[in-house]
Design a protein around this ligand. Structure first.
Ligand code: DPP
Ligand code: ZN
Length: 875
């Protein structure tokens, strides 16, 4: 397949300054008339080549004249036109077939033919499925869009921009026009047409401009949009205060659909959301889902500046908008909720999703150097690691410096398509600092390992900390260089107090209790003076850099940090490291020092009522199976699963059955519908306590879970109880599942959870269950959420159930990927990344996985999307 390379980038030879589109909408056939005002360098016009995929060309005119067939060619997804000049107007009319579009890219139908609605998804390259265009992000144009459709079937007509008139036609159809005054790339185009309900809210920006917020959804869902509306208003207010950014159109539309490849899409003035990230109500959404709705609503809104007003020059710069916008969302969510819990959640996600990506065959830099299919690069690396890179730079500049830099970035590049160099340049210029060294982070794949060694010299009262970094080779990058790694640290005395820091040869900040050291060489040593006793270092506080820290702490050192570190994140982190050591103890069976220390420290914290309930729930959760697998040279997922279960059993026994039961009962007495932090924290801890109890007294735990299920006032409690019953293979699970199935039959988002909870059944039995579930009438390969709720949950979040030694899991997944690929290549390619990590499996599973992936790769007719993933997997 053809590779597109960053180094081949050339500015476009042709541009489009104005676009006028007219849609005659229909489910089976839609006609799109487009008038493009073209511009090119008048001195040396290159041939005009427009992107177009799957279009039926009905008519083509240049400067008002019909073009003879000899003057244009449409082949291999390119329309070449002769005779165009600077200032020419090209008019085309094409036909597309929305109802046949199962890839959900371009114009498609959501829902049924009878009641569904039409919508578009253009990022990254969907616009070429709608009309001929220079479909690349550095071609910015102003859009005028007219929609025409049957009034009865499509009462609501929406496009991005401000409304510019509407009316009736004499054949039962009606029309509506929208003008977007802000030049934008084609990937931000959107339209929606159908039967939708709305909720509205007036909003006045900080500078006093009134505007309208409107959320649209199908009739049964509109009553679940209120929370998203509140979240949107909070996000808008926050962006005004934190970044001085206001919304810039008269109306902001948001639409929910159940059929969507991504989480949501920031189309200018017309955001479109996967319903999963917009609808929320206590009866069908968990607390985690409420937080996700708030985060994604904010993320898409924040794109209006970081992505839309300043967009990307090319798709290699994707992290320019995504990493930055994830970072902005993380700041917002931290402000709205608990900063420490948010940081824990984000770092846990980075470790679960991005570190394995960086360590496997799909490893790529935050700014990739090449791709075959850009849709395969909407990854945890581009998003989550990209956010960590912004965080490091923001930390370097400090709060005010970062704001100055962002102001400079937005004003300097407003209305432009920018690069990561532009971003770091603006941030640096505003602060008189050269941030160029951070570009290396964008170019180099792989997670650096940072090794820390400390040596205390009692005679001289000095503590020498030696930090060294190493990054293992990744595909295509055999040699790595040293990166600038900011290490925020503190030192604790043996009683758990932070000591003043006196860094030798550096008077600045002398006596502060926390500081940042930047390690930018392979190895560096730092000497601290006036240290009265051998200290315990707290390193990478707040997770100051996306690296893997290796430090030979004694278990007692970690236990001390777990008890005393005031940095909530590092406190959790000390517990995670201790739990990982405890896991090693169980695996190797030669010591129980870490296991004892972990159980002892957590059991003490369990009795300490001053510890926040949500933080306690996180502290009581050991690293996940995927993360623990990274400690194995050859991974046997069943073994990892069993050891992690043992780990929790030890913890539960140490805390004690009665103590767990008492705590559960106390927490259960407080059951409420409220969403405030304290209520959410109680629910989180309650679930964790019930899970721990289930490890040592399943009979009692299943009894409590059944009661909890039957009386649950909200989805968090109901699903938490159901999960304990299902995963524990409780006799009561069957009835609870049947009840849930019945109760939520008409609620797709709740039904997704019904599929997922069963896909997480441990052990070999899950394979049979997955087969049963996929023949359930509610299952379909055509809906991305449903596919992910069953196959995604099983293959990604249930390593023990997916990685069967006989390879049956791999074969089933490969077979479904092949079928899915014929319908929706974006979804099949993403699901195929569940094979990531196969190279480190123990020999039996390794061989079975290889043969399943190779058989899939050998299948003729796979999409470019899936081909790129499976071929990378096999390299
Ligand atoms: N819709 C995706 C996001 O917001 C891609 N832009 O991240
Ligand atoms: Zn985004």
């Amino acid at each position: 397949p053809t590779l597109i390379r960053l180094s081949d980038y050339q500015a476009p030879a042709w541009r489009v300054s104005r676009v006028e589109l007219t849609f005659d909408l229909g489910i089976d056939a839609t006609e799109v008339t487009s008038r493009l005002q073209l511009a090119c360098d008048p001195t040396g016009p290159a041939p005009l080549r427009l992107d177009g995929e799957g279009l039926t060309l009905l008519d083509i005119q240049l400067d008002g004249q019909p073009l003879p067939e000899s003057a244009w060619r449409y082949q291999d997804n390119v329309l070449e036109v002769d005779g165009a000049r600077d200032g020419s107007v090209l008019e085309t009319r094409v036909r597309v077939t929305p109802a046949a579009n199962t890839a959900l890219e371009g114009l498609y139908l959501s829902g049924s033919r009878e009641t569904g609605f039409l919508l578009t998804q253009c990022e990254a390259e969907g616009f070429r499925h709608i009309t001929f265009f220079l479909d690349r992000p550095d071609v910015l144009a102003s859009y005028t869009v007219t929609l025409r459709a049957d009034r009865e079937r499509f009462p609501v007509l929406l496009a991005g921009g401000n409304p510019d008139g509407h009316g009736e036609l004499d054949d039962g159809r009606h029309w509506a026009r929208f003008v977007d005054p802000h030049p934008k790339p084609s990937y931000l185009f959107a339209l929606v047409a159908g039967r939708l309900q709305k909720i509205e809210r007036d909003y006045v920006t900080g500078s006093g401009r009134p505007l309208q917020l409107v959320i649209w959804a199908e009739a049964d869902a509109i009553r679940h949009c209120g929370y998203a509306m509140d979240a949107l208003e909070r996000a808008m207010r926050w962006d005004e205060q934190a970044y001085g950014r206001e919304y810039d159109l008269d109306v902001f539309h948001v639409v929910a659909t159940h059929d969507f490849n991504m989480g949501a899409m920031e189309n200018k003035g017309l955001n479109i959301f996967n319903a999963k990230y917009l609808l929320a109500d206590p009866d069908s959404s968990t607390d985690e889902e409420y937080r996700a709705v708030e985060a994604v609503v904010a993320h898409e809104y924040f794109h209006n500046w970081s992505g839309n007003r300043v967009t990307c020059r090319d798709w290699f710069q994707l992290s320019l908008k995504e990493g930055l916008t994830v970072f902005r969302e993380q700041q917002f969510s931290a402000d709205m909720n608990s900063p420490a819990l948010k940081r824990i959640e984000d770092v846990a996600l980075l470790r679960r999703a991005q570190f394995p990506e960086d360590a496997g065959p799909l490893a790529h830099p935050v700014r990739p150097a090449q791709y075959s299919e850009i849709n395969n690069f909407y990854t945890a690396t581009v998003y989550e690691k990209g956010s960590e890179l912004v965080r490091m730079v923001a930390g370097r500049l400090g709060r005010d410096g970062f704001r100055r830099g962002m102001d400079q970035y937005f004003s300097r590049h407003d209305g432009q398509a920018a690069t990561l160099e532009d971003f770091l340049g603006a941030l640096g210029d505003a602060n008189g600092i050269d941030l160029g060294a951070y570009l290396a982070w964008y170019a180099q794949a792989g997670t650096p390992r940072l090794t820390a060694r400390g040596r205390y010299d009692a005679a001289h009262r000095t503590y020498t900390l030696t930090l060294s970094q190493h990054t293992a080779p990744t595909p295509g990058q055999p040699h790595k260089r040293a990166l600038p790694i900011p290490v925020k640290l503190a030192l604790f005395d043996p009683r758990g107090r932070m000591v003043p820091l006196h860094l030798a040869g550096n008077g600045a900040d002398a006596g502060a209790s926390e500081r940042v050291l930047v390690v930018d060489k392979a190895e560096q040593s730092f000497v601290f003076e006036q240290v009265e006793a051998a200290p315990v270092p707290s390193l990478l506080r707040g997770f100051s850099a996306p690296v893997i820290l290796e430090c030979d702490y004694a278990p007692a050192d970690l236990a001390l940090l777990l008890r005393h570190d005031p940095d909530g994140f590092n406190r959790w982190e000390a517990g995670q490291q201790l739990a990982a050591r405890a896991y090693d103890n169980l695996r190797e069976g030669n010591s129980s020092a870490a296991l004892d220390a972990w159980c002892e420290a957590l059991s003490a914290l369990f009795g300490d009522t001053s510890v926040d309930a949500a933080l306690l729930a996180d502290l009581l959760t050991p690293p996940g199976e995927i993360e623990l697998s990274e400690r194995e040279r050859q991974v046997n997922p069943s073994h990892v699963h069993a050891l992690r279960q043992q780990l929790q059993e030890h913890l539960a026994l140490r805390i004690g059955r009665e103590t767990l039961e008492q705590r559960y009962t106390a927490l259960a007495a407080h059951t409420s519908l409220e969403l405030d932090a304290a209520s959410q924290a109680r629910r989180r801890l309650k679930r964790r306590v019930l899970e721990l109890l289930a490890r040592i007294d399943p009979w009692a735990a299943h009894g409590l879970a059944t009661l909890q299920y039957d009386n649950a006032p909200n989805m968090t409690d109901r699903l938490g109880a159901l999960a304990v019953l299902v995963r524990g293979d409780a006799p009561q699970a069957h009835a609870a599942l049947a009840h849930f199935r019945e109760r939520y039959a008409d609620n797709p988002l709740a039904m997704d959870k019904w599929f997922s909870v069963q896909a997480l059944l441990p052990g070999a039995v899950v394979l049979e269950r997955v087969r049963q579930l996929e023949s359930d009438p509610a299952f379909t390969l055509k809906n991305p959420n449903r596919v992910n709720s069953l196959f995604g949950a099983w293959a990604r979040s249930n390593p023990d159930g997916f990685h069967r030694p006989d390879g049956s899991g791999y074969q089933l997944l490969a077979e479904r990927l092949r079928q899915l690929d014929a319908l929706n290549p974006q979804v099949s390619a993403r699901l195929a990344t569940a094979f990531n990590g196969w190279q480190r499996l123990e020999p039996t599973r390794h061989a079975a996985a290889r043969s399943a992936i190779a058989a899939l790769a050998a299948h003729p007719g796979l999409s470019r999307n899936l081909t790129e993933i499976v071929q990378s997997m096999l390299q």
